[in-house]
Write a protein that binds this ligand. Sequence first.
Ligand code: SAH
Ligand code: SF4
Ligand code: F3S
Length: 490
Amino acid sequence: MELINHRPSKSGGSDTTAPQGAEAAEMDAAPVSDGDKKRVFIKTYGCQMNVYDSERMRDLLGPLGYAPSDTPEGSDLVILNTCHIREKAAEKVYSELGRLRPLKEAKEAEGSSMTITVAGCVAQAEGAEIKRRAPVVDLVVGPQTYHKLPELIAEVHRGTGQSLDTEFEVEDKFDVLATPERQIDGYSAFVTVQEGCDKFCTFCVVPYTRGAEWSRPVDQIVAEVRALAAKGIREITLLGQNVNAYHGDAPSGDEASGTWGLGRLVRHLALIGGIDRIRFTTSHPRDMDEELIQTFADEPKLMPYFHLPVQAGSDRILKSMNRKHTAEEYIAIIDRLREVRPDIAISGDMIVGFPGESDEDFEATMELVRRVNYASCFSFKYSRRPGTPGAAMAGQVDEKVSSERLARLQALLAEQQEAFNQSMIGKTLPVLFEREGRNEGQLNGRSPYLQAVHCDAPLELIGQIVNVEITGASKNALAGRLVPEETRAA
Ligand code: SAH
Ligand code: SF4
Ligand code: F3S
C-alpha cells in the first residue's frame, strides 16, 4: 500500500467551497510583507462550475497577497460567487449583502476597507442593477471575466476605471487561468472543460448567464490535469453546462482530427499517471453519442455514475420546455448505457410545475422515474425566471399544486435512492478516502457510484483507494469495514 501524507481538507465559511492556502506575494506590483497580508472571503452558490470558478479566483488572488479566510469578518475582499438558476438562489445574494454592510462599515471605521465583489451568474444577469439595489457592492464581475479580477480590484482601490465587467471572453479567460498555479484541497478536483449552452430550454437562465457553448482545447485540459496529478489529485470531475457537447481542438500532433468529443477526451485523460477516477457532469440527452457510451463500457477509470437530467416525463411538457427529446429517447439512452455497463448508477434532474403541467403530465414524470429507477436525482419546483420564455407562458401552476407534486416525486426518489444504497450491502467497493469522518477513528470517502461511505480506518488511508465491505446503508450514506490488507485494491 502506498503511503502519502495526510493532507487535511479544510471546510471553509462558504456554502460549497473552501478558499485556503494562498501565498503572500505582491499587489499592484508592490512587494508585501507578511504583515501586509490581506484576507479574502469567497462564498460560493450554485453549481460545480461556480465551485471551480471560486477556486480559480482564489488561485488568481493568492499571488497578490490575499490569504483565504473562513469568515467575512475583517476580510479585505469579499467575493460572492452567485447563482441565478432559481429565484431563491438569486435572492440569497441580497440578504448576504445586507449582512455584509455592517462588517464593511466596521472595517471603514477602523480606517481600512472591505471591497465587496459580486461574481457569477447573478452578476451576469443583473449587472449594474446590483450596485443600484445594493450600493455596498464595489465590483460586479461576470463568470467569463473573473480572470481580470486583479486589475479590476486595483482600479476600485485607485477609485478609477470601471466597476462592472460582464463581457463574454471565455477563450481569453482560460488563457489567463492557465498560468496561476492551482491550489488543491483534498484528492478530488473539478476541471471545467466546456462552458455555456446553446440549448435554450424555456425555463433556464444559463444560456443568458454563461453565453454560447465553448470547449477548451485538449492540450490545455491535459496540462491542467497533469499538474493536478503531480499534486496528488486522484479523481477528476470534468465540468460543463453541457459537458457531453464537448468538442475541443485536438491536441498538437493530432490536428488532422479537428476536434475531439468527450469520450475521446476521457480516454486520453485516463492515460495520465496518478489519475485513477474520472467523472463528468452535466450531460444533455441530445448530445449523447455512441463513443461516450462505449467509454463507460471499456474505460475502467470512468466511474459508473452518470448524471443525465431529463426534467419531465411528459412529451408535451418536454416539447414546451424546448428539450428537443422525448421521454422514450431518454429511456433508450439509459437502456443502452445499462446494456454496456449494467451496474451504472443513473442520476438526473426533474422540474415539477412547469407552465401547463397537468396531473396527467405529472403522472408521466412519476412513470418515467419508476422506469429509470434512479440512484439519485435532484428535483425542483419550477421557478419563473424573468426573461426566459417560460416566464411568459400561460398555465403557470399553482404553488400549492407544485408543492404537492414535488413532495410525491421526492418521496419516490428517496425510496429509489435508499433501495440503491441498500443494494450495496454485502458488496466490496473501492472507496477513495477523502477526509476524517465525524466520529473518532472514522474516515469518509466516495464509492465509484458517488455514494458517501464512512468506515473506521487509519488516517494514512486518506488519499488512498481502498476496498471496503459495505455493512450498512441509509438514504444518504453507506457504512463499511476495511477488508483485510492483503485483499485491498492498489
Ligand atoms: N446544464 C444542465 C443543468 C442546468 S441547471 C442541464 O442541461 O440539465 C441545473 C438544473 O436546475 C436543471 O437541470 C434543472 O432541473 C434546474 N432548473 C433550471 N432552471 C430552473 C427553473 N427555472 N426552475 C426550476 N429548476 C430549474
Ligand atoms: Fe439550461 Fe437547458 Fe442549457 Fe441545461 S441544456 S443549461 S437546462 S438551457
Ligand atoms: Fe447557477 Fe450559473 Fe451554475 S445560474 S447553476 S451558477 S451556471
